[in-house]
Design a binder for this molecule. Structure first.
Ligand SMILES: Nc1nc2c(ncn2[C@@H]2O[C@H](COP(=O)(O)OP(=O)(O)OP(=O)(O)O)[C@@H](O)[C@H]2O)c(=O)[nH]1
Ligand SMILES: [Mg+2]
Length: 484
């Protein structure tokens, strides 16, 4: 990681819908003839990736991050999230100020506030403490901005929410005094915020809360068990040696999905990996996890995401519901998991476990095998070395061979034993390297789903054809009899 920035350094992020004037405003701030941000009059986003540029104003180092246009409706929230991930990649040390870029002159209705809502919703309320509304096309203003705002309730409410107030830019004017004035407002806001930045951790915490809320709503809808599971999740602040080990894999964002039959120990394994109790574990015999839950832990730049799933061959979920949840787990791990941990309880390898293996291959496709690793739970109950135990259990040994020896064992009772976790990560690292850092993608999953759907259509078509031919045959028979 780079050296942390000096207190005088400023990082500015430009956010807004396509065509709001983000890139043009970025160029105005950078000044001179450089115009590093591409700008154009276009209905589609000209800026396709986030870009960061630096300049110096009055001896102060300024980093400007231009971003991809946010969607104009809140429906495309996932679209917005991919873009936000990119921004955070650019702002390694956090953001001092978020400029919410809004074009003056457009009829500004409630719906047009969507971008601001997306920002607020995805970054959390803290972002507003770091925000200034930046109005562009100031040259088209015929009245004083205050008077303009007094006629537009929606705009006024945005300004009221931004701790840093507003500023107006005329990006057709090269007058730098508008930039100096903006910088004064920015520095005032930073002072007000005690030079604290909006960081990736703030973003992650907001995302965790969103997930928690979503799951809580769903949990309440599907029943008490799910709702109770939600209660067990805690905010994401943990730091474990695993995170440090992840960096060694060459991927700074390791994504793991836990799969397995009901009560195989998936949630316990997730907790052991994360080093804290976030997934609900129960000693009751019935199934506990009813919905996918996503938790992550960070250590510096390294992030580990763990997604817990409901058990396959769940006693109370329908196959349809289960499939939807498993698909959700893949989406939650977007762009896709580096490894699927197939969790198996050592002393109770049954027919169901074998079916689990089949189920995964059928629903994820053959290719999933190279991303799968076996995770045996219940290592505490072993009374001999694992290798010996496996040799004596032919079926387990066959499974280990099928997965090319990719397995690890956990004692989830000793869940503070981080050595076992580091051991697992080392094995995951090897797999990631062998797979050239590729991961199982959401697209792969969807492809299999489409293939299965097409296959089903074909079967229906063949059966229909057979039925029609049979009926036609029966109709023809009396006719031939009469002719005879
Ligand atoms: N002795 C021992 N018990 C374990 C181990 N791992 C999990 N358990 C126990 O096994 C039971 C089921 O564990 P969970 O983690 O809830 O299993 P799960 O796969 O998440 O279960 P569902 O969500 O219901 O599918 C609990 O009573 C755990 O305490 C282990 O390594 N050793
Ligand atoms: Mg569970």
């Amino acid at each position: 990681m780079d050296e942390p920035p000096l207190m005088s350094d400023v990082t500015i992020m430009l956010l807004g819908i396509t065509g709001a004037g983000k890139s043009a405003s970025g160029n105005t701030i950078i000044g001179g003839d450089r115009n590093p941000f591409k700008e154009d009059f276009s209905p589609v986003s000209v800026t396709r990736v986030c870009q960061s540029e630096q300049t110096e104003v009055d001896g102060q180092s300024i980093t400007v991050i231009d971003t991809v246009g946010l969607p104009e409706t809140t429906d495309k929230i996932t679209d917005a999230q991919t873009k936000i991930d990119q921004i955070l990649g650019c702002a390694q040390h956090g953001i001092d100020v978020c400029l919410l870029v809004i074009k003056l002159g457009d009829k500004f209705t409630e719906e047009k506030c969507a971008a601001v809502k997306i920002v607020q919703k995805n970054f959390g309320p803290k972002i507003l403490r770091h925000s200034i509304a930046l109005f562009t096309h100031g040259d088209q203003l015929c009245v004083k901005i205050e008077s303009y705002l007094s006629h537009c309730e929606a705009l006024r409410s945005i300004v009221d929410q931004c701790s840093g107030g507003f500023h107006v830019f005329n990006n057709k004017d090269e007058d730098q005094s508008q930039v100096f004035k903006l910088l004064q407002k920015i520095n005032k806001l930073r002072d007000k915020n005690g030079y604290e930045r909006y960081t990736e951790q703030d973003y992650n915490e907001t995302q965790d809360k969103i997930l928690l809320k979503k799951t809580a709503v769903k949990g309440a809808a599907v029943g008490a068990v799910g709702g109770a599971a939600v209660g067990a999740i805690t905010a994401n602040t943990g730091q474990v040696p695993l995170a440090a080990a992840v960096g060694a894999a060459g991927v700074s964002d390791l994504r793991i999905i836990l799969l397995g039959k009901t009560r195989s120990g998936k949630s316990s394994t997730g907790n052991t990996i994360l080093g804290r109790t976030v997934f609900r574990v129960s000693n009751n015999a019935g199934p506990t996890t009813r919905q996918c839950l996503h938790e992550r832990t960070t250590n510096g730049a390294n992030v580990i995401s763990v997604i817990d799933t409901p058990g396959l061959f769940h006693t109370s979920l329908t196959e349809k519901h289960l499939k939807a949840e498993i698909e959700k787990s893949v989406v939650m791990s977007a762009p896709g998991p580096h490894v699927l941990l197939l969790v198996i309880r050592l002393y109770s390898f049954t027919e169901e476990d074998k079916n689990t293996v089949k189920w995964i291959q059928e629903n994820f496709g053959e290719d999933v095998k190279r991303f799968t690793m076996l995770l045996f739970t219940g290592a505490d109950q072993l009374n001999k070395p694992l290798i010996e135990f496996l040799q004596e259990n032919q079926e387990l040994q066959n499974l280990v061979d099928e997965y090319k020896g990719r397995y690890h064992a956990f004692n989830n009772i000793e869940n503070n034993d981080q050595a076992q976790v580091v051991g697992l990560v080392e094995k995951i690292n090897n797999t990631v390297e062998i797979n050239n850092k590729e991961y199982y993608t959401v697209e792969m999953f969807k492809k299999i789903k489409r293939k299965k759907f097409m296959m089903m259509l074909k079967i229906i078509a063949v059966l229909t054809l057979a039925f029609v031919s049979y009926r036609m045959g029966r109709l023809w028979q009396p006719v031939t009899c009469v002719c005879k």
